[in-house]
Ligand binder design. Structure first.
Ligand code: 5AD
Length: 347
């Protein structure tokens, strides 16, 4: 007879591993058992990491993108987007403002810039490294040749976020144009690991065509890669994209996955993502209650925030924004947590 779901949760907590059927059971079990899963993950997070939530200052440096991912609002063929690229000085200014508030990690995120921008990015990283020696630098700029990653690492970047989006090749092909390949994405992740970055990967939950079997493949891939960070958010349609009519992903499934990854990798850095907070007013808190331990407030200049619209309704104000840290602190306090202002490296 198959093991009771709660016994599976206990095994995952103790052994940090289940077989594929075990993961599928946790993704499909009844609500009461899913609540048990999330409660166990929360307990592990508090035990291992305490009640401090790491904050990362997010700077969306550009919405220019050479790729044409079918789900993404800043895909190159979306002509409704006002394209921007912050200047070097504007990015430095965002970091200065963030540093004054207390941020000690800066995440430079953006669309995939033309290859000629490699040196410009390296200069930016070097300037941030020199100006803020006490802060971590995270890049989230997509797929680049190994040499570019190596150059940015040498310039002082510490971490890199690159979601694999889906580990199933056919599913990947259905979400991306023919000129993108899943094998290239995976080899980028291997390169980043070898270069000594703290690496984050992850998926969109509820992306069009995704099945439970795909999610099990994603879990098993992450289990093999052993990244330092796992970024997961619900799919949220963007009306100017080909997938703009597909239904939004679910809070329940997203938080089950947070809990599974917390039990599998107790030390992992798991953000409670903006997408989750966009589809549910308490999304960020529900993520933390399922084992997440990071939030990424927005440090981008307010004039460009509306243009970085990966999906509809993207939350970019109040506690989602860096100016809103007091509100964030208040929200966290309602569930017994607080902001941890340290660099928050993987340990
Ligand atoms: N809904 C949710 N997440 C999205 N992303 C891109 N488009 C969407 C969308 N429509 C996510 C991708 C990407 C990250 C930067 O944003 O997973 O890796």
């Amino acid at each position: 007879m198959a093991m009771e779901t709660r016994a599976l949760v206990d095994v995952l907590r103790e052994a940090h591993h289940l077989d594929g059927d075990g993961y599928a059971a946790l993704l499909t079990c009844c609500t009461a058992d899913a609540d048990y899963l999330r409660a166990q993950a929360r307990e592990v997070a508090v035990q291992m990491l305490g009640r401090g939530i790491f904050v990362r200052g997010l700077v969306e440096i550009t919405n220019v993108c050479r790729n044409d991912c079918l789900y993404c609002g800043i895909r190159r063929s979306n002509t409704a987007v006002d394209r921007y690229l912050l200047t070097h000085e504007q990015v430095m200014h965002c970091c200065q403002a963030g540093h004054a508030i207390g941020f000690r990690t800066f995440v430079l995120q953006g669309g995939e810039l033309p290859r000629e921008r490699e040196a410009w990015i390296a200069d930016l990283v070097a300037d941030i490294r020199a100006s803020f020696p006490d802060s971590a630098i995270t890049l989230s700029l997509g797929e680049w040749p190994r040499e570019a990653y190596a150059r940015w690492r040498a310039a002082g970047a510490d971490r890199y976020l690159l979601r694999h989006e889906t580990h199933n090749a056919a599913h990947y092909a259905s979400l991306h144009p023919a000129d993108m390949s899943q094998s290239n994405r995976l080899s980028c992740l291997d390169n980043l690991m070898v270069l000594g970055f703290q690496v984050g990967t992850g998926i969109m939950v509820g992306s069009p065509g995704q099945t439970i079997e795909h999610l099990v493949e994603d879990i098993q891939y992450i289990e093999r890669l052993r990244p330092h960070m796992v970024g997961l958010g619900p799919f949220v349609p963007q009306h100017d994209t080909p997938l703009g009519c597909h239904p939004v992903g679910s809070v329940d499934l997203t938080t089950r996955l947070y809990a599974i990854f917390r039990l599998m990798m107790p030390h992992a850095l798991i953000p409670s993502t903006t997408a989750l907070n966009t589809i549910h007013p308490r999304g960020r808190l529900l993520g933390i209650e399922a084992g997440a331990n990071v939030v990424m407030p927005n440090l981008s200049p307010s004039e460009v925030r509306g243009s970085y619209a990966l999906y509809d309704g993207k939350a970019a104000s109040a506690a989602e924004a860096a100016e809103g840290v007091a509100l964030l602190e208040k929200q966290l306090a309602t569930i017994g947590y607080h902001i941890d202002w340290s660099r928050g490296d993987y340990r």
